[in-house]
Write a protein that binds this ligand. Structure first.
Ligand code: CTP
Ligand code: MG
Length: 224
């Protein structure tokens, strides 16, 4: 089975508010994106990696990747205005003969090799896999414009979606084609809309997404 990895890394890191692109910020002396590149480079189930970078920073990403001499081919391509557009650029740059595409946010440096391998294996059974963790907090839903609560959701059936998300190649390709222009913060949403069954694979709480400045501190603690 052939698996290609796509790493969306073309965001502008607004909530982190740093001049350096978020995936190139140093975390304990190493660029955030390099942590996941090392995991995928080590994973025997992965054949290659596509990094989707901000168009104006592709050369900076290439320079960083060159420093680490990964064994696997790592290609850098320009992203789009939204995460979905960036991932779709990655899909279009993927060899259509691969079996699976694994999408992993550059902003999640703490992903483990075991989670990567287990999620790919799960996809061999189910075609669409979302790594997620049970929600720990009580989640309230409000009206769109006010802060009036209109529901308290049943925590027992709520999951916080993470990446990796793994899909059969053609399913992801079709879902993105059908979903052009839709607002989506993950790929599973487009596959769900496409009508395919998407399965949760229980992940790890430490696989946090670096979003706001305090997340950098939390990641440092995990890396100690
Ligand atoms: N991403 C992308 N292309 C975009 C937007 C986001 O490839 N146009 C990527 C980000 O680089 C990140 C992942 O999608 O690795 C998850 O997005 P998020 O954590 O929201 O990162 P940013 O969009 O960079 O941050 P913010 O929303 O605070 O601007
Ligand atoms: Mg974003």
């Amino acid at each position: 089975m052939r698996t290609q990895v796509i790493i969306p890394a073309a965001g502008s890191g607004v909530r982190l508010n740093s001049p350096t692109p978020k995936p190139l910020i140093l975390l304990k002396g190493k660029e955030i994106i390099v942590y996941s590149l090392e995991v995928f480079d080590q994973c025997s189930m992965v054949e290659g990696i596509i990094v989707v970078a901000p168009a104006q920073h592709c050369a900076d990403f290439e320079a960083v990747i060159k420093k680490y001499s990964f064994k696997k081919p790592v290609k850098v391509i320009p992203g789009g205005a939204t995460r979905s557009e960036s991932v779709f650029n990655g899909v279009k740059a993927t060899d259509p003969n691969v079996d699976y595409i694994l999408v992993h946010d550059a902003a999640r440096p703490l992903v483990s090799l075991k989670l990567v391998e287990d999620s790919i294996r799960a996809c061999e059974m189910s075609k669409a896999i979302v790594v997620a963790v049970p929600v720990k907090s009580t989640i309230k839903r409000t009206d769109h414009n006010s802060k009036d609560i209109n529901a308290t959701l049943d925590r027992n059936i709520l999951w916080e979606a993470q990446t990796p998300q793994v899909f059969a190649y053609e399913l992801l390709n079709q879902a993105h084609q059908r979903g052009i222009g839709l607002e989506a913060t993950d790929d599973a949403f487009l596959v769900e809309r496409y009508g395919a069954k998407v399965k949760i694979f229980e992940g790890e709480y430490r696989n946090i997404k670096i979003t706001t400045p305090e997340d950098l501190k939390i990641a440092e603690v995990f890396l100690e």
